[in-house]
Design a protein around this ligand. Structure first.
Ligand code: UDP
Ligand code: MG
Length: 330
């Protein structure tokens, strides 16, 4: 279906979020131009999203846009964070395929060849995943291991997909992506959630070309929490189980305290204080259970409020284009 009109050259969009990357923009653009020249049978456009940079990034982007008509620049009114910058970029991308990548050259431009090749072979989502040899600080490595472990635990055993934000999506994936309206988001998680035909390619991440990573550990941690919370209501359910466990255990203890004294032997005497303590624990158990139950309802509401599309359409037959989802303008 994708190769219905081979005569028409297809357009590929390259979406790059930019936050204080004045020293990286031109090297990245040059490197990409190099790669693109090897793929002359495609048309290309850049969508640079300036995410409220405080350096000269926007100035440099404006110059590029003047020189190259294929360079689109979207300037956000403030710093919205990478995830929303990516969303903005994908919204404005007009390509038959859309590639998202970081500005700092940690996502090797040459890998574009592989991403495009897989797309041409029929993949709808081509994800670049860091190879095992990737260099990361110990803190980073530890946090991403913990992150993955937590994500797996809290998503009810559903394995986390591997991969970075360096990925290619087909335009039909973009259409589905634009239907997802939740504000707190992780681009890659949404793309993973959408489904479609997915292929992974591996790469070795280089060190950042210029400047410091702007994605601090604390930002990463926030992202991790967002991903877990928007993934499931398992944390809420955990509350319920812990509450039930405490309530059951303390009920049994209380029962033992009374029954053992009267029916087994008077040596099982517990002071009133001990009884009060266990009774208190029982109350805590009941409280946690109640919160857990309320949490389940909140979880339902939460899912509804997120208002994700109920399903995503991969292809249709005999349906007009206009029925396909369109980007929202908000
Ligand atoms: N970025 C952005 N907005 C932000 C933070 C980062 O658009 O608030 C961009 C940044 O310019 C880069 C990409 O997101 O293109 C990845 O950022 P960074 O290299 O700091 O993250 P890391 O490589 O540490 O994940
Ligand atoms: Mg980086």
């Amino acid at each position: 279906m994708t190769s219905a009109a081979p005569s028409k050259t297809r357009l590929v969009s390259i979406v790059v979020p930019i936050f204080n990357e004045e020293k990286n923009i031109e090297p990245l653009h040059r490197a990409l131009q190099d790669v693109i020249s090897k793929l002359g049978d495609l048309r290309w456009e850049y969508v640079f999203v300036d995410d409220g940079s405080r350096d000269d990034s926007l100035l440099i982007l404006a110059k590029l846009a003047e020189q190259y008509s294929g360079v689109k620049v979207i300037s956000l009114a403030r710093n919205f964070g990478k995830e929303l910058a990516l969303t903005a970029g994908v919204t404005y991308a007009a390509g038959d395929a859309i590639v998202t990548m970081d500005a700092d050259l940690q996502h090797p431009p040459t890998l574009l060849l592989e991403l495009v090749a897989k797309w041409r072979e029929g993949a709808d989502v081509v994800v670049a995943a860091r190879g095992a040899t990737a260099k990361k600080s110990i803190a980073r490595r530890a946090s991403s291991t913990v992150f993955r472990w937590l994500a797996r635990l809290f998503s009810g055993g559903r394995p986390m997909e591997e991969g970075t934000d360096y990925r290619l999506i087909d335009k039909k994936v973009r259409a589905a992506f634009l239907l997802v309206r939740e504000r707190r988001r992780a681009y890659r998680q949404i793309v993973d959630w959408l489904g479609f035909k997915r292929v992974t390619v591996e790469f070795d991440a280089a060190e950042r070309f210029e400047g410091k990573p702007t994605y601090s550990l604390s930002k990463l941690w926030d992202l991790a929490i967002d991903m877990i919370v928007s993934h499931s209501s398992v944390p809420l359910r955990l509350l319920l189980y812990v509450g039930l466990l405490i309530a059951t255990a303390s009920t049994l203890s209380l029962a033992w305290m009374f029954l053992a004294f009267y029916f087994i032997s008077p040596k099982w005497y517990y002071t009133p204080l001990a009884q009060a303590v266990v009774f208190n624990t029982l109350l805590i158990g009941i409280l946690l259970t109640a919160i857990g139950v309320v949490g389940l309802y909140v979880g339902r509401i939460h899912e509804e409020v997120l208002a994700r599309p109920l399903f995503t359409v991969r292809a249709t037959l005999n349906v007009e284009e206009s029925v396909l989802p369109k980007p929202y303008d908000r």
